[in-house]
Design a protein around this ligand. Structure first.
Ligand code: SAM
Ligand code: SF4
Length: 336
């Protein structure tokens, strides 16, 4: 029987989904403690020597690029707390086949680091922002800093990382009274405000059952004050649905990670800060690429491992609103 050389094909999983997008967590640490993502005391952080070094990340990206991955997103934790992140951006930029390097950030350190990141070759920026009110920012992120985030967004718009995408996790009773204010914010700027449905993870079980608001409700509320029209949306890699204003500059998006067409269109895998390749946003199945790297495996062997891992990428996640599961962990990474 003829055998197929997996290494010669673009990465495809067992459900014929083409995988061309790699999300890389460069650190698990963060300078905020958002109530839906991290406990107030932080997490048991990964030891420094267990973090992938930039040179190791670069080698892995080269391998993924050779398998048809074209898009990279740097994330965390908070990626901008990793020192000299711009150096990694430049290293990835130099790899043949990579056409897009995006960043997901909470925006606190964005304004000061943006010039170096943009000259290193960063193409796009997503900023998380769940409130436009300073008092509330501190309640939701457990740290101050709204003014810094807003300046970071303005700096990104000025720097031409347009359209800057803003990710807002909508929560009933916490920030849902600002949905209309966010819509006005988007109407006046070159930004896409994307409302993300709250995902239930171990860190937020007390919150998620009653705080969940579905995308349709969010859209109905905006439609009561603005005329929205479905649009194709700005370039990107994610499963957001977008709407433009009849009379305005930016756009609105909604992301429904709990719906299953989200999984049907999944084109991504992610690399954790300690070098495990996770095949699904949630779920424990992973490939320990750091172990393989540090054991001195050849590029060819690593390529084979990555291609074979795609065949066990799950068809879908099994999360449900307000329900606990041993799968859960805030590896939530959706702002694509
Ligand atoms: N620190 C960066 C940031 O906040 O953008 C990058 C990492 S953060 C985990 C990536 C995105 O996941 C953010 O937009 C955040 O709002 C979102 N997120 C985290 N936990 C979530 C949850 N339980 N439900 C929905 N979105 C979540
Ligand atoms: Fe930090 Fe981002 Fe999680 Fe907020 S969502 S705690 S900013 S990693």
């Amino acid at each position: 029987m003829e055998t197929i050389d997996l290494r010669a094909l673009p990465l495809t999983d067992a459900f014929a989904r083409r995988i061309d997008y790699l999300r890389i967590s460069v650190t698990d640490k963060c300078n905020l403690r958002c109530i839906y993502c991290m406990p107030a005391q932080g997490l048991p952080w990964i030891e420094r020597e267990q973090l992938l070094r930039f040179e190791e990340i670069e080698r892995l990206v080269r391998i993924f690029a050779g398998l048809g991955v074209t898009k990279i997103r740097l994330s965390g934790g908070e990626p901008l707390v990793r020192r000299d992140l711009h150096r990694l951006v430049a290293m990835i930029r130099a790899i043949d086949g990579i056409v897009d390097i995006a960043l997901s950030t909470n925006g606190i350190l964005l304004e000061e680091q943006l010039p170096a990141l943009m000259s290193a070759g960063l193409t796009r920026v997503n900023v998380s922002l769940d409130t436009l009110r300073e008092d509330r920012f501190e309640a939701l992120a457990r740290r101050p800093g709204l003014d810094r985030v807003l300046s970071g967004i303005d700096a990104a718009v000025r720097a031409g990382a347009i359209p800057v995408k803003i990710n807002c996790v909508a929560m009933r009773g916490r920030n849902d009274d600002e949905i209309e204010a966010f819509a006005r914010y988007a109407r006046e700027r070159d930004v896409a405000v994307r409302f993300i449905e709250l995902m239930p993870v171990r860190e937020n079980l007390g919150l998620s059952a009653d705080a969940y608001i579905g995308a349709e409700e969010i859209l109905e509320r905006i439609a009561s004050i603005e005329v929205l029209q479905p649009i194709t949306g700005p370039p990107g890699n994610g499963p957001a649905r977008y709407f433009g204003f009849a009379n305005g500059r930016g756009s609105i998006g909604v992301i429904s990670p709990l719906s299953h067409d989200y999984c049907e269109r999944c084109n991504r895998v992610r690399l954790t800060a300690d070098g495990r390749l996770r095949l699904c946003l949630f779920g424990e199945n992973h490939l320990d690429l750091k172990k393989a790297l540090r054991a001195g495996e050849s590029d060819e062997r690593l390529r084979e491992r990555v291609a074979a891992a795609m065949l066990v990428k799950p068809e879908r996640h099994h999360l449900r609103i307000g329900e606990a599961s041993s799968q859960m962990r805030a590896f939530s990474e959706i702002g694509g």
